[in-house]
Design a protein around this ligand. Sequence first.
Ligand SMILES: *[C@@H]1O[C@H](CO)[C@@H](O)[C@H](O)[C@H]1NC(C)=O
Ligand SMILES: *[C@@H]1O[C@H](CO)[C@@H](O)[C@H](O)[C@H]1NC(C)=O
Ligand SMILES: *[C@@H]1O[C@H](CO)[C@@H](O)[C@H](O)[C@H]1NC(C)=O
Ligand SMILES: *[C@@H]1O[C@H](CO)[C@@H](O)[C@H](O)[C@H]1NC(C)=O
Ligand SMILES: CC(=O)N[C@H]1CO[C@H](CO)[C@@H](O)[C@@H]1O
Ligand SMILES: [Zn+2]
Length: 543
Amino acid sequence: MSSSQTVSKDIGRIIDRYAPIQLGVDLSNFTENEKVAIGKLVLVGRLIDRIYLRQKWKGNESLLNQLLSANPRDENAISFFTLMKGPWDRVNGWVLPYPPNLPEHKPLGGNFYPEDMTKEEFNSWVEKLSPEDKKHAKGFYHVVKRHEDTGELYLNPYSIEYKDLLSEASDILKESAKLVENESLSEFLKSRAEAFLSNDYLDSEVDWLNINKESKIEVTVGPYEVYTDELFSAKSAFEFYVHARDFQSSKILEKFSGSLQDVENHLPIPDEYKNKDLKVTPIVVVDQLYASGDVAVPMTAAYNLPNDEEAVKRGGSKLVIIKNVQEGKYQKTLDPIAQLTIAHDQLQYLSFDAFFTHVLLHEVAHSNGPHYIIGSDPKNPETVRSRLQEYHSAIEEAKADITGLFAAALLLKKGVLTAPSLEQFYVSYLASAFRSIRFGIKEAHGLGQCIQLNYILDEGGFEYDEQTKRFSVNFSKVSIAVSNLTRDILLMQGDGDKARVEQFISKYGKIRDIVEESLKRLENAKIPVDVRPIYKIETENLL
Ligand SMILES: *[C@@H]1O[C@H](CO)[C@@H](O)[C@H](O)[C@H]1NC(C)=O
Ligand SMILES: *[C@@H]1O[C@H](CO)[C@@H](O)[C@H](O)[C@H]1NC(C)=O
Ligand SMILES: *[C@@H]1O[C@H](CO)[C@@H](O)[C@H](O)[C@H]1NC(C)=O
Ligand SMILES: *[C@@H]1O[C@H](CO)[C@@H](O)[C@H](O)[C@H]1NC(C)=O
Ligand SMILES: CC(=O)N[C@H]1CO[C@H](CO)[C@@H](O)[C@@H]1O
Ligand SMILES: [Zn+2]
């Protein structure tokens, strides 16, 4: 009993690292039908949550049931599991200490591949497949399984693998499609409901892009991000969001996407690495009402979808910025972190506006730079993702960060942006690096930020004061460092040179002593690592 109490207390401490924030909006402008639709969509979200648990680890669902039916229940353990979407701390790789014998790490390939499958086995199996199956094997929407009798690998489409939950979700999506006021949203809900059954996501990806800007409700539901597949970054995990549109901010932010091609043209790389005709990324700003599936802590504050290059080629991509989550993060984490890590005389440059605008630019910058290997067959171009594999996510996140910062300087110079100031961008970005690295460098965003911080320190753009143990920006050196890093990353992507990336990551992708020291200080000060959502829709019975 006593040992279980001690353990429980430790779990409680981990949960406390995430400051609760209330998420929701005043729904008085929504019609009765829309409110019913939102309620139904939340039910879809709960099904998506169960699918994601299965995708992550084969034991997830039964473990959750075990925790829920224990007597007495350990509420801390349940919260931990719910927060992390599994028994592993997503930030520190720590595993729930009971029930005993839980695997110490999440299987790299999640439940997308047999746990005993090696990369070599996969690669030699893929070689023998038809072109169509090859694509599926490396693609987003099929799991790889092993025949029990022969031991052979085979492909199973998501629509079959998760049929029980997907068909229920499909039905509810169709019901909510009848209730929402906007036709374009209704179209998306219907076609996504079909995709759950057919496993063909392409049309509904395009319908998602076409959700009208006047729709008060924004829904994202389906298999999207590949972070859970740490083996090949290939298999997409199910996630779900329902948001209320923030019309005012959306308008203000839209103008930045107008500068996308201009930023591309000014990138510090040879012309053959640049896109000639970038599609403008539509931007919507929303307030989150409910989310589930492959969304846990750290909380997603913005996303750019789709990830499927075929869908992007057909319809471009769309950026969703979640304002109420951004605000929560800034208040509860970034500001207190900066107070302890940034040189006193630079604290004046700290700015929510700079933080928020850089997040926007980060998302837009995912469109910039090479997505296909330069010089590969134009009829069947090879993707950067397929070449860089398990490194792709971290390098892509670093690219978006640094190219976004590069873009900030450019847009200020051109007068497209008039505020915040360049100093505010750099200092807020530096503070933000500590915020991300605290998440751990196992995760793509954290590793990406670690790489950037070390690189810019080495180039003299950031400095560390041994006396005060605080970091600062060297304003006369930082811009060339940013430009150099932008160049190095974009060239590695365009060349698809995995060996070079490996070397780069082994040089810059480690937490150094001075950074470790700062992280410890933040830890001792008990500054929250991130935020966790309290959904008003659940707690206040809004529907
Ligand atoms: C409701 O809509 C009106 C008119 O569009 C707007 O002015 C008001 O701010 C909205 N209220 C809420 C709570 O969103
Ligand atoms: C609803 O969607 C249609 C497109 O399907 C669009 O033309 C229309 O402006 C939208 N109107 C409102 C009020 O949401
Ligand atoms: C940036 O790159 C250039 C060209 O490779 C190099 O000469 C320079 O030393 C690099 N770093 C800085 C801080 O300029
Ligand atoms: C920034 O770098 C320059 C060039 O190395 C150096 O002379 C200057 O002292 C640095 N500025 C600060 C504030 O450290
Ligand atoms: C309790 C439960 O539903 N467990 C599921 C966990 O995931 C495996 C693999 O997908 C399923 O077979 C189990 O049914
Ligand atoms: Zn990103």
